[in-house]
Design a protein around this ligand. Structure first.
Ligand SMILES: C[S@@+](CC[C@H](N)C(=O)[O-])C[C@H]1O[C@@H](n2cnc3c(N)ncnc32)[C@H](O)[C@@H]1O
Length: 271
């Protein structure tokens, strides 16, 4: 798959599954803290949009929620379901739908969650409106979204900086905003939410298996651009060689994207 925006840039298959597993390893601890801060409770009707392999949905079910994971990608959903079955989670279900038309009963959901989804959509405000419609009055939307422009290295690697900027510009030309994490509160407000909480965190690595995650991620994004003809394979090879050098250097600090966190509430019905 090589499209972008309301369809999805990365293909499925083994390396995409690995990428989603690593996202879970890097972010799930903070996600759980954020969901608890937002008032997550056993018995909640919880929906994760763009659930990928369903790590957060399964966690929510294991904590006693009635949890639904929604995604466009059937292959991801198959794996997510198999992992839930393996864990004996009877209150986790996975369903194929587009976030714009999730097929959920209006006013039925206590808490929604999405991570790394809005920055990949052409119409994030409409997506949030769809979430708003599904939430109960007073229900809570929790989002964690990236600002990819925050990826940097020290000492500076021109290859990292160039591929980061190429990918952000490629996204912009297709109407998606990879730096949109910083605007997620504005999108939520426009979609009718009351903003409860914002914060951001920024993982940095000098060593370890997660250090090269953005090398891998930017490369996967750029492969779509090579297929479309907007980047040459030779240029991408040069950039990957430069990023590999930065990853291999024990003195090079690699900063991942900054993750923006949002808790927002659907207003209560006024009586
Ligand atoms: C980067 S992955 C993140 C997955 C998961 N949220 C996580 O953090 O591990 C983005 C996910 O959003 C899904 N997605 C993209 N566009 C979508 C849409 N319009 N409706 C529903 N899911 C979508 C993709 O299939 C993919 O599984």
């Amino acid at each position: 798959m090589s499209t972008i925006g309301d369809t999805y840039l990365y293909g499925s298959g083994r390396s995409d599954h690995d990428r989603l597993r690593v996202i879970s390893e890097i972010h799930d601890g903070r996600t759980r803290e954020l969901l608890r801060k937002a008032g997550f409770a056993a018995g909640h009707r919880f929906v994760e949009f763009g659930c990928g392999l369903g790590y957060v949905t399964r966690w929510a079910a294991s904590e006693g929620a009635h949890a639904t994971g929604i995604d466009l990608n059937e292959d991801h959903l198959m794996v997510a379901t198999a992992l839930a079955d393996e864990a004996g989670l009877t209150t986790a279900e996975f369903r194929s739908a587009n976030i714009y038309e999730p097929g959920l009963k209006p006013n039925s959901v206590d808490m929604s969650y999405s991570r790394w989804l809005m920055v990949r959509l052409n119409r994030p405000v409409d997506a949030m409106r769809a979430i708003n419609a599904a939430l109960k009055p007073g229900g809570v939307m929790v989002c964690e979204e990236a600002d990819v422009s925050a990826v940097y290295t020290e000492p500076p690697s021109a290859a990292y900086a160039d591929l980061r900027d190429i990918c952000i510009e490629g996204g912009r030309q297709r109407g998606v905003d990879y730096s949109g994490g910083r605007r997620v509160h504005l999108w939520a407000k426009e979609a009718g939410f009351e903003i409860i909480y914002v914060d951001a965190y920024h993982p940095h690595y000098l060593t370890g298996e997660h250090k090269g995650f953005w090398n891998w991620t930017l490369r996967a994004a750029a492969l779509g651009m090579v297929k479309e003809g907007s980047l040459t394979a030779t240029r991408l090879e040069e950039l990957v060689a430069g990023m590999n050098m930065a990853d291999a250097s024990p003195d090079t600090l690699i900063a991942h994207c900054r993750m923006h966190q949002l808790i927002a509430k659907k207003p209560d019905i006024k009586v």
